[in-house]
Design a protein around this ligand. Sequence first.
Ligand code: AVI
Length: 326
Amino acid sequence: RDRLEIIRPEASEEDGTDSLASVVRRGLMHAPKFMPCRFLYDAIGSELFERICSLPEYYPTRTEDAILRDWAAEMVVGWAEATTMIELGSGSSTKTRRLIEAALQEYGRLHYVPIDVSEIILEQSARALIQAYPRLSVTGVVADYDTALRAIAGRFPGPKLVVFLGSSLGNFDDEDAVGLLRNLSETIGPEDRLLVGLDLIKDAAVLEAAYDDAEGITAQFGKNLLRRINRELGADFDLDRFGYRARFEAARHRVEIHLVSLRDQVVTIPGAEMVASFAEGETIHIENSHKYTPELIRELASRSGFIEEESWTDPGNLFRVQRWRP
Ligand code: AVI
């Protein structure tokens, strides 16, 4: 039992983790309307995201998993004995098992620190992991990235591998991605490494299908944001009056995701003390998913104070995993 610990650090003011109500007020009063994508991941949203990961159109998960399957043993060795692995946005930790197994194989033990906002998924997967691996111990951190990094700063002094998979970094705008990576540099010492998985630029049709699947699961995932606002803030969004749109904007190298108002309408949101008016065709910008070239990736690394040490890709060049050093 003592191989498992779950901590729930409180967000401090500096972390800037605003409540749903204040974010809804700010985002829906803004022109154009927007919402930060971290609010997509309530319990239902996290479950829908798990389903997205196994959709035929959503190639990133299986492609990254195949890269990890083939190269995990190389990814976890070569610089120091890194017996601590910290993961940002661990979700169900499914792909991470490749790295955990490789590290256990190499070092005989491992302390794994998954960080995620979704408490249920984090706890379930942490329990499953310690059951599956007797030489593994886990400190699960239920918090957003900034809060979690502040809470664990200095707690794990030995050489570490910090893992950021699934192109999750791609959901941040470039400036915010650099800000987050710079924050990481306070947790990361010269003996630590960062393993980052990022999605590569490819044909727009392939990218757009990945974010607007035939079964409509990704549209449900996006619209679940409205359902969440209804539930948590007592709003009266009618989900049938909103459409879903995913477009690859090549100039900004990202897929932009919007909910589209299908008519002129007014929505009341008591918990945010506001009324929001929508014109027909007006959108709420709910997510960006950035796509990269190897050059863009190296640029991101260097702007954030890292140097690319190694990289691995799949035969189709769809996805790329890279190891950075400070
Ligand atoms: C979590 N993140 C990397 C996903 C992505 O591909 O940007 C989120 C997602 N949104 C719609 N489909 C998947």
